[in-house]
Write a protein that binds this ligand. Structure first.
Ligand code: ATP
Ligand code: MG
Length: 284
């Protein structure tokens, strides 16, 4: 078992321009490693390069310079393409663009069918995947009748039915209502905890990143912060300087600290935050 799920070395990437427009350089010598089995959130404002990076993780884009390896496979190695796509699954923003069939369970079976998996095995995987995303009772429903959060969970089921080692989700909750967001986030978190799947969650909502083991903050094609959610979210001014809104709990603690109250900035959940304020008030 490879220790690193993703190893990015000196990655350079330019989108080719046209006669009238110049090339767009997104990365210039980016280095990054993501450990197998970890849950990593990648944050950053619009246009900083999150999607471009994600597309390098399963060879949708290939480096202009430098290398990207996933589970030891060089993404530029054409002979490994099928293996790479099977190892790293992708979920995108718009659930409607990811639905390919009129029946939920057929939709989930689509990718493993394309991989030539044995029909009995497909049955088993589809049942398991639907169960994992909590959608078993909708197996015979029409996907277009479902809510956004349910559709997105079906898209996730389709990816996990391929049994990838790593799942990359590019703003999977961006088009969902709060209920749909919660459903999808709890599904993602479970995949990591129960299945030991490497999860890379791209988002520009900081509160979603609290669930991760590690948070990477990007700005203009570079990494400006990298650590546990506590380590990263306490850098309130840095985050605000790149246009990110910190979680409300962190903001509250930050504002109170600025007023001279000695409170911990890393109380991220509402409960932790309330407890910290309680303890402060009741301190001898
Ligand atoms: N196909 C393309 N051709 C040219 N430039 C592109 C292309 N796709 C993205 N870009 C540019 O590359 C840079 C990085 O874009 P990218 O989509 O990776 O950012 P992002 O962080 O995913 O943004 P968002 O939060 O809006 O999804 C931006 O400046 C963008 O305009
Ligand atoms: Mg994007």
């Amino acid at each position: 078992m490879e220790k690193q799920a993703v190893v990015v070395e000196k990655l350079t990437y330019d989108y080719p321009g046209s006669e009238e427009t110049p090339d767009v350089q997104v990365f210039e010598g980016l280095d990054l490693q993501i450990e197998s089995g970890s849950f990593v959130a990648v944050l950053g404002h619009n246009g900083c390069g999150k999607s471009t990076l994600a597309k390098h993780f399963n060879a949708i884009l290939l480096p202009t310079g430098g290398t990207v390896h996933v589970y030891g496979m060089d993404t530029a190695d054409e002979g490994k393409l099928i293996d790479i796509r099977r190892t790293v699954g992708m979920v995108f923003q718009n659930p409607d663009n990811q639905i390919v069939s009129n029946v939920v369970e057929e939709d989930v079976a689509f990718a493993p069918e394309n991989l030539g998996v044995d029909p009995k095995e497909i049955r088993r995987r589809v049942d398991e995947a639907l169960q994992q995303v909590g959608m078993t009772r909708y197996r015979e429903h029409a996907p277009h009748m479902l809510s956004g959060g349910q559709k997105q969970r079906i898209a996730i089921a389709g990816v996990i039915a391929m049994r990838p080692k790593c799942i990359v989700l590019d703003e999977p909750t961006a088009m969902l209502d709060p209920q749909g967001r919660r459903e999808v986030l709890s599904t993602i978190s479970q995949l990591n905890k129960q299945n030991d799947m490497t999860v890379i969650l791209i988002t520009h909502h900081m509160p979603e990143a609290v669930l991760a083991d590690r948070v990477i903050v990007m700005s203009d094609g570079g990494i400006i912060a990298d650590g546990t959610p506590e380590q990263v979210f306490t850098q309130v001014e840095l985050l605000q300087s790149v246009g990110l809104t910190v979680p409300e709990t962190t903001m509250l603690m930050h504002e109170l600290s600025k007023e001279g109250f000695d409170l911990p900035l890393d109380a991220l959940s509402v409960d932790q935050c309330a407890q910290a304020i309680y303890d402060f008030i009741h301190a001898p």
